[in-house]
Structures are given as structure tokens and as C-alpha cells.
Write a protein that binds this ligand. Structure first.
Ligand code: DOR
Ligand code: ZN
Length: 345
């Protein structure tokens, strides 16, 4: 049995780092394990222009501290009014690595999102021309569509058409949660990739609903049935090269999750690599972990792989019940559980 696992230093292709005091409390957890991270723009107000994104990037660099070489990769929040020229200028200047599409009202901080994808076709056409990735929260928001079906319906109603209309557009289907999404990405062309979170590899919807309602297992897209989890595990550990690590770490204060209307999002940054490595070991696929964590993402984003390495040791670690994140108490994913791998740096 392998006792240590040394891989190229990984990147996290989907994080929420928040802002202000909370940014200082959560960003170091991501910077400890990852060289780079794609930073989501769903702040309040959202990050919709170059100046705002550049200033946010500077706050992140300050929050992780001078001793860190962590590189935030920034994203632009698309709205109905996004100007294609601003997108192209920001991308050429290196301010935006990618742009994020939130369907309006799909999730936390998406109130200013896109109401109808047809409205932003000029932006998407420009992104296809310049090779800038579009990152998609893939859920429809129609009130008549069951929340457990919203991802599959998004594929059928929106994503299939988008990719047929704009085959040159480079798309990351974020935090996929269904067998339909896994199949879609596997069958798509080279311009379509996906991220998968640790929680969607570990839990199905029972974790949220059996024995009481468990707000710390609630995120969006919501965890689905067991057969979907199995499909995600198969895709992630198969060696397929257009799927990569994206934690979707989304910290919320404990009291805002343990509430009558609790916020969506799991804080998984502190034990992200341990959590994923446990899955790869269970699937007998530790030899494929480096591709998922460290190689497939840079290849799709056309960035160099990292030169340093990190090591995980096969030793039990117990995840704390909560963290004090610079004054905000946050319950992490796996709180109180024991994982098989320890991040040794
Ligand atoms: O669970 C989620 N939390 N899903 C999202 O899409 C957004 C995120 C957040 O920002 O809290
Ligand atoms: Zn997210």
C-alpha cells in the first residue's frame, strides 16, 4: 500500500474567497495547498469590470501574506449588460483569465446574473474569438423545474444549443453533479471541460436529509442520488483529461447556515487534497490523482503546470469541528470525520 504520494503542486479551478475580514480568514487555507486558483466573482456587488477585479486581486494577494507565492486567477461576472470590448480588453491585459456565467437567481450572489443567454451572444462570440474560457453555473432557474433536475434540464435546454451555436467557445461546466453532465462532458469536443467538487464525490442527497436536515451538506448545485455520485467518481478517476479539481469552497458563517433559510455552500478548503485523495484511493486510482489535481486544469487553461511538488502521507487526520476564520466561525466539510491522508506540504 502506497504510504506517501508526491505530485506536482495542484491548482484549484473554482473557489470563493469572499472579501474584507472573511477573505483574510479563508484565503490562506486555499493558498496553503494550491499554487493558483480560479476566483469566482459573485461578491456583493459583483465583479463586473476591470478596475474592480484588479483591486480585488490585490486584496487577495495581501490577504494570503507576503510569504506566499499563491497566484489568484481572476474572473469577470457576466451580466445582461456586459460589454464585449471590456471583456476583450481585460483578457488582453491579463486581468480576467475567464468569465463566469450565473443564470440570474441560480445561486448565492447571482441576482445580477444573465436573464437569457441569447442576450450575451455578442460577448460569447468575442470570447470564442480570443480563446477566453466561459465558466458556467449550469442550472436552469425556472420555478417549474425541480431543484434536483435543474442541471440536467440546463444541459438539454441551454448548454447543448450553446455549444452547437459556438463550437469554438471554450467552456468549463462547473461543479457537475449528475450522470447526465458526466456523459455530456465525456462526449463533447475538446473545447468542453468540467470541474468536480470533493463533496459531490463523497456525498449523495441522503447526507443532507436523512436523520434530520443537515445544512452543512447543502450547496448548489445540490447533491443528487447515489448513481450520480458514482458517475462523477468514475469520470474523475478514469484518467479522462477534460475533468479537473475545483473545490467550490464557499464559506458561510455557521449561524448563516444553521438558520431557517440556510445559505448554500461548503467550506472545504482546509482539507481539500485530503478529501479528494481519499476518493482516489477508494477507487484504486491514486496513480491518476496528479492528472486530475495538477495537469488537466493547466492544459485546458493553456497555462504551464506548476514546477514544485506537494506530498500527502497516508495517515489518519481528524477534521476540526469548526474554524475561527478571522472572527467568523465556519464549520468545514467533513467536520469531526477522519480522512486517510495528511497534507505534508
Ligand atoms: O453552494 C454554492 N455556494 N454554490 C454556488 O454556486 C455559490 C456558492 C457561494 O458563493 O456561496
Ligand atoms: Zn462556486
Amino acid at each position: 500500500m502506497t504510504q506517501t504520494l508526491t505530485i506536482r503542486r495542484p491548482d484549484d479551478w473554482h473557489v470563493h474567497l469572499r472579501d474584507g475580514a472573511l477573505l483574510k480568514g479563508v484565503a490562506p487555507h486555499t493558498a496553503r495547498q494550491f499554487a493558483r486558483a480560479i476566483v469566482m466573482p459573485n461578491l456583493n456587488p459583483p465583479m463586473t469590470d476591470m478596475a474592480g477585479v484588479a483591486a480585488y486581486r490585490a486584496r487577495i494577494v495581501e490577504a494570503v501574506g507576503q510569504g506566499s507565492d499563491f497566484a489568484p486567477l481572476m474572473t469577470l461576472y457576466l451580466t445582461d449588460d456586459t460589454d464585449p470590448d471590456e471583456v476583450a480588453r481585460g483578457h488582453a491585459a491579463g486581468v480576467f483569465v475567464a468569465a463566469k456565467l450565473y443564470p440570474a437567481h441560480a445561486t448565492t450572489g447571482s441576482a445580477h446574473g444573465v436573464t437569457d443567454i441569447a442576450r450575451i451572444y455578442p460577448v460569447l462570440e468575442r470570447m470564442a474569438e480570443i480563446g477566453m474560457p466561459l465558466l458556467i453555473h449550469g442550472e436552469v432557474t425556472d420555478a417549474d423545474v425541480d431543484i434536483f433536475d435543474r442541471e440536467a434540464v440546463f444541459i438539454a435546454r441551454t448548454l447543448t444549443r450553446l455549444i452547437a451555436d459556438l463550437p469554438g467557445l471554450r467552456v468549463v461546466f462547473e461543479h457537475i453533479t449528475t450522470a447526465e453532465a458526466a456523459d455530456f462532458v465525456r462526449d463533447a469536443g475538446p473545447n468542453v471541460a468540467a470541474t468536480i467538487t470533493p463533496q459531490h464525490l463523497h456525498i449523495n442527497r441522503n447526507a443532507m436529509l436523512v436523520g434530520g436536515i443537515r445544512p452543512h451538506a447543502y450547496c448548489l448545485p445540490v447533491a443528487k442520488r447515489e448513481h450520480h455520485r458514482q458517475a462523477l467518481r468514475t469520470l474523475a478517476t478514469s484518467g479522462f483529461d477534460r475533468v479537473f479539481l475545483g473545490t467550490d469552497t464557499a464559506p458561510h458563517a455557521q449561524h448563516l447556515k444553521e438558520a431557517a433559510c440556510g445559505c448554500a455552500g461548503l467550506f472545504n478548503a482546509p482539507f481539500a487534497l485530503e478529501s479528494y485523495a481519499t476518493v482516489f484511493e477508494e477507487e484504486g486510482a491514486l496513480d491518476r490523482f496528479e492528472a486530475f489535481a495538477s495537469r488537466n486544469g493547466p492544459a485546458f487553461y493553456r497555462l504551464p503546470v506548476n514546477t514544485q511538488t506537494v506530498t500527502l502521507v497516508r495517515e489518519p487526520v481528524t477534521v476540526p469541528a469548526s474554524y475561527d476564520c478571522n472572527g467568523t466561525t465556519i464549520v468545514p466539510f467533513h467536520a469531526g470525520e477522519t480522512l486517510n491522508w495528511r497534507f505534508a506540504g
